[in-house]
Design a protein. Structure first.
Length: 204
């Protein structure tokens, strides 16, 4: 009789262990799905807000400037909105880079893909500086032209899927090639001059 009780006890323990594992893996799968969805939202936010939406906004601003259907105060309002969007793009891409850094093959290598978030942050800071310190409206106009051309290159050459893949090496290489395209035309732009000196000095 005791042997039967022991067998039943062992069976019950095994069933509990199996059920625990099933629940654990179900929860783990659910958490991974939530994490993947959150990461996709991060990528989508800096891609859409930092590139696509900002490009549409600055394109509209430049059209109004060319047609002389706006004034400096209105332009200032739009540019301040753009700096806010760039700040958000910098923040979300910085968080996303934590995922990219996890895929670095050499774990002893202290590296990151900070140049992605710094790209948006540099534009945000430089543009805000122009708005606050430059009285010459022509400087504002040039910044608007530069920004549209920079974002047009980004819009035409950025593949969101590369970022969704979340592979450090792939993103690092891809971003550098993308920056080369911008550097060819805008290495001296006030919006990115300090950025290129920081990340690609003698390297592009």
């Amino acid at each position: 009789m005791n042997k039967n009780y022991k067998k039943i006890g062992v069976i019950i323990i095994l069933i509990i262990l199996v059920m625990t594992n099933i629940i654990f893996f179900a929860k783990f799968k659910e958490l991974r799905q939530v994490e993947t969805a959150s990461y996709s939202q991060l990528v989508n936010r800096f891609y859409v807000i930092g590139i696509m939406n900002t490009y549409s906004t600055i394109q509209l601003v430049n059209e109004k400037i060319k047609k002389d259907t706006t004034n400096k105060e209105d332009v200032k309002t739009w540019l301040l909105e753009i700096t806010s969007d760039m700040k958000l793009a910098a923040h979300t891409s910085s968080i996303a880079s934590n995922h990219w850094n996890l895929t670095i093959e050499d774990k002893n290598r202290h590296d990151s893909v900070a140049e992605v978030s710094q790209f948006f942050e540099n534009i945000q800071i430089s543009l805000y500086d122009i708005i606050q310190t430059e009285k010459d409206y022509s400087v504002w106009k040039q910044a608007c032209i530069d920004l549209e051309e920079i974002l047009e290159i980004m819009k035409s050459n950025t593949n969101e899927q590369v970022f969704l893949n979340a592979d450090y090496k792939e993103i690092k290489t891809y971003w550098k090639e993308l920056m080369k395209k911008i550097y060819e035309k805008h290495s001296e732009s006030r919006l990115l001059k300090s950025y290129f000196k920081m990340y690609y000095f003698n390297d592009i």
